[in-house]
Design a protein. Structure first.
Length: 278
């Protein structure tokens, strides 16, 4: 048992590679524990049916102070020397560690009630957080800005986890559990006669089903952002135009973001576009 917090401990997680544990508590602190001495052996005697005590060989390496109210959760980054934490002060904080110290990098603000959990995206520079404000929020880790918000009408979110290898996340709320994706894996496309128009690598491409010819006809690099890819594409042969839309709406939650673009082709493919925010 590791002692040091002065109030309820809300979470504790192992580092994915190093001999460290991070804990979050209602005493408004995050603590990083060095448990490397456990590799050299633990207590030899203890009463049966009780937890082993490692107080004498596990030490507090860092105490992270910066939250104004109790801290509900803290987690390590899977590969970088970073920690994310969240608490009842409605803030999500990013911390950095070195061999000798740890310090606060920045704070993500946007939740309007207690933040219950926060974690790093396993493959992208994103942070996801859930809260009692009935939202799941996605943050750009480098800019520390909110890029997407998913809402439920009546349910507070309490738990959040990511799949270790698949593009899947799960979140627990007052009424149950949802499993969702942040990225759309099927490209937006439209079929007209023997031609398929679809989006890949920020280009509208034209694929001929008869000849197999596949050419890029329009750049859409400025369309939306990397975390909100196009969801639908509709081709109008009379106007030689495509309408591309994107929305963060899923079956279970709704996003604040969305867009709609109208692109027109000529003999050289592209004339211009009009944009409307959804």
């Amino acid at each position: 048992m590791l002692t040091g917090h002065s109030h309820y401990i809300m979470s504790a997680l192992f580092h994915p590679k190093e001999d460290l544990v991070v804990s979050a508590a209602q005493d408004q602190t995050v603590r990083v524990w060095d448990i490397s001495a456990l590799r050299k052996g633990g207590p030899s005697t203890h009463p049966p049916n009780t937890f082993d005590s490692f107080d004498s060989i596990a030490t507090v390496k860092y105490v992270l102070e910066g939250h104004d109210r109790g801290v509900n959760y803290a987690a390590f980054h899977p590969t970088l020397p970073l920690i994310v934490s969240c608490g009842d002060d409605r803030q999500v904080k990013l911390w950095r560690m070195s061999d000798t110290k740890a310090w606060e990098v920045d704070t993500c603000r946007g939740h309007f009630n207690n933040v219950s959990m926060a974690l790093f995206h396993p493959r992208h520079e994103l942070i996801l957080s859930t809260g009692e404000d009935k939202t799941i929020r996605v943050w750009d880790m480098t800019k520390r800005t909110s890029i997407q918000t998913f809402r439920r009408e009546h349910d507070r979110f309490w738990a959040l986890t990511s799949h270790p290898s698949l593009n899947l996340f799960a979140a627990g709320h007052d009424s149950g559990l949802i499993v969702f994706k942040l990225e759309r894996e099927r490209p937006a496309f439209s079929l007209y006669n023997d031609t398929v128009y679809y989006i890949r690598d920020k280009y509208v491409r034209q694929y001929d089903l008869n000849t197999g010819a596949d050419v890029g006809v329009l750049s859409v690099r400025k369309l939306g952002n990397q975390y909100l890819p196009p969801r639908t594409l509709s081709y109008n042969p009379a106007e030689r135009a495509v309408v591309i839309t994107a929305s963060g709406t899923t079956v279970c939650v709704h996003s604040d973001l969305g867009y709609c673009h109208l692109f027109t082709f000529n003999a050289n493919y592209f004339i211009g576009n009009r944009q409307q925010r959804l």
